[in-house]
Design a binder for this molecule. Structure first.
Ligand code: FAD
Ligand code: SIN
Length: 534
C-alpha cells in the first residue's frame, strides 16, 4: 500500500508533534509512531524546560551555563539562538494548552521555576514532576484538531527511501529522501509512505544500554535509518548518564529527577557520609557528568550497589506536593521519600550526538530533517545542560518550519515510482532466541565496556563483539521475516557500533566521554565533532 503526503513525520514526541502542528498550516501531514501516540521519552520528562523567565536571570547566564556544561564543544551560535528563542516557544506551548506549575507565593502570576544541576539560577518551567506527560497531553489534544494531520499508531519505520535507490544514483536529485517503508506490525504489512519532506523525530537510544531511564521505544531507530541512508552522524560517544535512577529489584527504569537535588536533596553513601564535596564546588548539584562519574567511582571503591539521595530534611508537605509522581512511585516500593533516603544508581539517559543538522534542522540528505533527541545540533556539545533538550526540540521544530515555509510552494511532487517493499522471500524464523540473546548481549556489552568510564582495551573488546553480533543479525535479517523486535535489534546493533567507533576515535576525555588511557581534555585539535557516515 502506498500513501502520498507533503510531510512524513517519524515520531510523536515533543519534536514530531510540535512540528506537525506547524506543518499542518502548509499541507498534508502523516505522523507515524511505533507505539501509542503518547509513548515517547517526552512523556516521561520530569524536571522541565529551561528558559529564561525571571527578571534576575539573563540570556547571558543561560548561555554561559550551557557552554560550561558542554565542555568546549558546543556551537556558540546555536546555544545563543536556542536560549534567546526559548521564551517565545514557551509562550507558544502555553497557547497550545500546556499548563506549567505557577508560583503560589507570587499570587500565581508567575511560573514556579525549578533548579537543576549546572544551572546557576532557577529557570526550569515544570508541571510538578510530570512535565513531559503534560506536554504530550496538550500537544496530542492540539494536533487532533488539525484536519490535515493523520497519526498512524503502532507503525514502525523500517528504512528511509532515497531517490538514489530508485534512480540508481544517476540524477542530481539522488541525495534526496522521498519517503519511508513502514511496518504495520499489528496487521503484518509494510506500507510505503511517499513525501515531499521527511522529518526524523524518533528520539534517543537509551535501550542500547542495559540500565537506562528511557522507555522501550528508545532504540535509536532514526539514527540507524539515517546512517543506512548515508547521512552524517555526529558525536555519538557523548552518552549522558543520569546520576539518579531508582535502585530497586522490581523497579524498571524510574528516574528520580535532578529537580529533587535542585530542592536540596543530598547524595550520600550507604554509611550516611556525604561525598560530592570531594568532586565539585556545586556538590550534589554539580553537572551530570561529574555527579555520575563520582557515584561510579564511589560504588567501585565501596563495592556497594547504590548510593542514597536524601531529601528527608525538607518539609513533608512540600516534598509530596512538589514531587507527587516520584513520591507515589517510591512509596510503591516501600520508600517514603519524605522520611527515607532513596537508593539510586546512574543510568543511560540521553544522547548528545545524533544525526548532524544545521541551524534549520536540515541533515546532509536533501529534504530530510532531524529534530529533537535524534539530532545533533551543536547545542549540547560534550554534555547537555539539564532541561535543555525539550527546549532544543521546540526551537528546532520552529526553525525547520520556517525553512520549509520559504520554498514550500515551489516544491512539486516528483514522479519517482517507488518499488514496493521487497520481503526477499523471507521465511518465518524458528529461532527467535537469536533475537533475545543478541538484544541482551549488546546491552550488557555496552554497559560494561562503553559506560561512564572507558578504556582503549574495553572499547576494542566492545568493537569486536558488536561487529560479530552485527554480522549475525544482518544474516538473520536477510533470511527471516521482519518483526518489530528484529527491526529494533538491528537498530541497536547499528547504533552501538557507531557509539563504540566514535568513542575509539576520540583520544581524550571531554564531558561525557571519559577514557582512563587519555584522562585529560585534549588540545584545540580535539575541539571538533566526531563525524561518521556510511
Ligand atoms: P521522543 O519524545 O523520545 O519521541 C520519539 C518518538 O519516536 C516516539 O513517539 C517513538 O515511539 C517514535 N519512534 C521511535 N522510533 C520509531 C520508528 N522506527 N518508527 C516510528 N516511530 C518511532 N529533557 C528535558 O529537557 N527536561 C526533562 O525534564 C527531561 N526529563 C527526562 C526524563 C526521562 C525519564 C527521560 C527518559 C528523558 C528526559 N529528558 C528531559 C529528555 C527528553 O525527554 C527527551 O530528550 C525529549 O523528550 C526527546 O523528544 P523527541 O521528540 O526528540 O523524542
Ligand atoms: C530530570 O528531571 O532530572 C531530567 C532532566 C533532564 O534530563 O533534562
Amino acid at each position: 500500500m502506498e500513501t502520498q503526503t507533503d510531510f512524513l513525520i517519524l515520531g510523536s514526541g515533543i519534536a514530531g508533534l510540535s512540528f506537525a502542528i506547524k506543518a499542518a498550516e502548509l499541507g498534508t501531514v502523516v505522523v507515524v509512531t511505533k507505539k501509542g501516540k503518547f509513548e515517547s521519552n517526552t512523556n516521561y520528562a520530569q524536571g522541565g524546560i529551561a528558559a529564561v523567565q525571571d527578571e534576575e536571570d539573563s540570556f547571558a547566564s543561560h548561555i554561559q551555563d550551557t557552554l560550561n556544561c558542554g565542555a568546549d564543544l558546543c556551537k556558540e551560535e546555536v546555544v545563543r539562538f536556542v536560549v534567546e528563542e526559548g521564551p517565545e516557544r514557551i509562550k507558544e506551548l502555553v497557547q497550545w494548552g500546556v499548563e506549567f506549575t505557577r508560583d503560589k507565593s507570587g499570587g500565581n502570576s508567575r511560573y514556579d521555576l525549578g533548579r537543576e544541576g549546572g544551572h546557576s539560577r532557577r529557570r526550569v518551567l515544570h508541571a510538578k514532576d510530570l512535565t513531559g506527560r503534560e506536554i504530550e497531553r496538550a500537544l496530542n489534544e492540539h494536533v487532533s484538531r488539525k484536519k490535515t494531520v493523520h497519526i498512524y499508531e503502532n507503525f514502525i519505520a523500517i528504512d528511509l527511501i532515497m531517490a538514489s535507490f530508485v534512480t540508481g544514483g544517476q540524477n542530481k536529485s539522488a541525495n534526496r529522501c522521498i519517503g519511508a517503508y513502514v511496518f504495520d506490525f499489528h496487521n503484518n504489512r509494510v506500507h510505503t509512505f511517499k513525501a515531499k519532506y521527511v522529518i526524523l523525530a524518533t528520539g534517543g537510544c537509551g535501550k542500547v544500554y542495559l540500565v537506562t531511564t528511557n522507555p522501550d521505544i528508545a532504540t535509536g531507530d532514526g539514527i540507524a535509518m539515517a546512517y543506512r541512508a548515508g547521512a552524517q552522524i555526529a558525536n555519538m560517544e557523548f552518552i549522558q548518564f543520569h546520576p539518579t535512577c531508582l535502585y530497586h529489584p522490581d523497579a524498571k527504569a524510574f528516574l528520580i529527577s535532578e529537580a529533587v537535588r535542585g530542592e536540596g536533596a543530598i547524595l550520600k553513601l550507604k554509611s550516611g557520609e556525604t561525598f560530592m564535596e570531594r568532586y565539585h564546588p556545586m556538590k550534589s548539584l554539580a553537572p551530570r557528568d561529574v555527579v555520575a562519574k563520582a557515584i561510579d567511582t564511589e560504588l567501585k571503591k565501596s563495592g556497594d550497589d547504590y548510593v542514597l539521595l536524601d531529601i528527608s530534611h525538607k518539609d513533608r508537605d512540600f516534598v509530596i506536593s512538589r514531587f507527587p509522581n516520584i513520591y507515589e512511585k517510591c512509596l510503591l516500593y516501600g520508600i517514603d521519600m519524605a522520611r527515607d533516603p532513596i537508593p539510586v544508581v546512574p543510568a543511560a539517559h540521553y544522547l548528545c550526538g545524533g544525526v548532524l543538522i544545521n541551524e534549520h534542522g536540515e541533515t546532509s540528505i536533501d529534504r530530510l530533517f532531524a529534530l529533537g533527541e535524534v539530532a545533533c545540533s551543536g547545542l549540547h556539545g560534550a554534555n547537555r545542560l539539564a532541561s535543555n533538550s525539550l527546549l532544543e526540540a521546540i526551537v528546532f521544530a520552529h526553525r525547520a518550519f520556517l525553512r520549509i515555509q520559504k520554498d514550500f510552494e515551489q516544491i512539486r511532487d516528483e514522479d519517482i515510482p517507488i518499488p514496493p517493499w521487497d520481503p526477499r522471500g523471507a521465511t518465518e524464523s524458528d529461532e527467535s532466541i537469536v533475537v533475545a540473546h543478541n538484544w541482551d548481549e549488546i546491552r550488557l556489552c555496552m554497559w560494561h565496556y562503553v559506560g561512564i568510564v572507558r578504556s582503549d582495551k574495553r572499547l576494542e573488546r566492545a568493537d569486536r563483539r558488536i561487529d560479530l553480533i552485527s554480522r549475525e543479525i544482518d544474516d538473520y535479517y536477510r533470511n527471516f521475516v521482519i518483526t518489530r523486535d528484529l527491526l529494533e535489534l538491528r537498530n541497536i546493533a547499528t547504533v552501538a557500533a557507531i557509539i563504540v567507533r566514535s568513542a575509539r576515535m576520540r583520544k581524550e576525555s571531554r564531558g561525557l566521554h571519559f577514557n582512563i588511557d587519555f584522562p585529560e581534555r585534549g588540545d584545540v585539535h580535539w575541539r571538533r565533532d566526531t563525524i561518521m557516515a556510511k
